[in-house]
Design a protein around this ligand. Sequence first.
Ligand SMILES: [Zn+2]
Length: 494
Amino acid sequence: MSTPYDKYEPVIGLEVHAQMMTKTKAFCGCPADFHAPPNTNVCPVCLGHPGVLPVLNSELVDCALKMGLATNCSIRENTIFARKNYFYPDLSKGYQITQFETPLCFEGHVNIRLRDKSVKKIGITRIHMEEDAGKSIHDFSENDTLVDFNRCGVPLIEIVSEPDINSSDEAYRYLYKIRQILVYLGINDGNLEEGSMRCDANISVRRKGDEELGTRTEIKNLNSFKNVVDAIEAEMKRQTELIESGGKVSYHTMTYNAKDKTTSHTRSKEEAHDYRYFPEPDLVRLHVAAGKIAQVKTSLPEPPDARTLRMTGQYALTEAEAEEITAEKPHADFYEAITSKLGSKDPKTYRIASNIFRVDIKRILNEQKIGIGRFLLSPAVIARLADAVSAGEVSASASREIFAQLLSAGSSEAEQISMFDDLVQKYRQVSGESEIEEIVKSVLSQNSNEVERYKSGEKKLAAFFVGKIMQASKGKANPRIVNELLIKNLEVNN
Ligand SMILES: [Zn+2]
């Protein structure tokens, strides 16, 4: 059924603020960790006392360069910083140092995979460096607002996308990709909920087929993937309903209310000149030499897309399997720690290791709500398990049993491997034909009634015998050999 919404499409651009994991703040020597007790990581520079001078943290420049190069941006060799002036209680300086007309990185792109598996290119308009403001804490008491200045001067990069995003799902996938790249580069911890990544969304809607853009609004400070998706849906609905009822969308800064899933106006949108941007007089022009750019480029860690591609070839994984493993860098690192310890380097063993990781290990992570960093078993013991399955030493079902029992092993690798060796002895698959044939014969002689019924045509009793034989072998008999020998013995007696 078609609804009025089907006639419209949204046009979305995202601005992502990401905190850089540098040791010190952007323009002073204070630690950049804002989890410290309130107002302990502060100094006259980040508080903006009169007469102090900022000094640019070169680590911040390296971080911004890494992100720019990893997202295919051009790099501006000569840039300046600007002051963005506004009053807010948690901004004691009265301005933020940022980049305005000359962002360090510009005109890049990332590729995202859409739901239908096709790939879409999303443009990156610019990536610039700036400092964060402090934090107002309103929920401490009813009548007071407290201010924590630890976050003042914490280094950020702002990644601004082109308005190339046309649904909340695409916004989700774009944001996921940006987060993934930041984490792979080791410059951000990817934790939206704790505020080390924040997102603003610019949204307008237009009739499908129209070239012209509608008037946009901006939703500020979205701090989870779910809120980004829900806020975009809510704002699309609000704008569409407004237009359908004859109204007009006007520029506004919006806030998203997660409780009732609505967006509402905060204040009328400031135009750029309201911030009275001007060149920061206390910092010299930043020159990034071509040699420096080349050096950062060669030092970049392998980005997620390239890693996925390499892993499909190297480990004989499907693209979907490799993508599932590389989605989180620590997962890809763990899987490759397993593969590096495998005794057998054939594709079958790599795939068994992938199955153990994607099915058994991820189930435990979900059940225990833990990250891979807190997973008990070492990659070495998982590698031994994969090798044992690959060599036919233990069956697939026995390997699951071994995995489950290993989880009660101690935390040291030596303890785990010693327990693994005992378990393999216990569950070792019996493939010796004479050993299995003995069990087959004994089961047939103990169930002579069923043998007669089988011979008179009840062929489905084969499953009954297999069950009995597996039981008698305590699950260790190789099922393929059991089947062969069972049929042979039943037919011979015929
Ligand atoms: Zn400071």
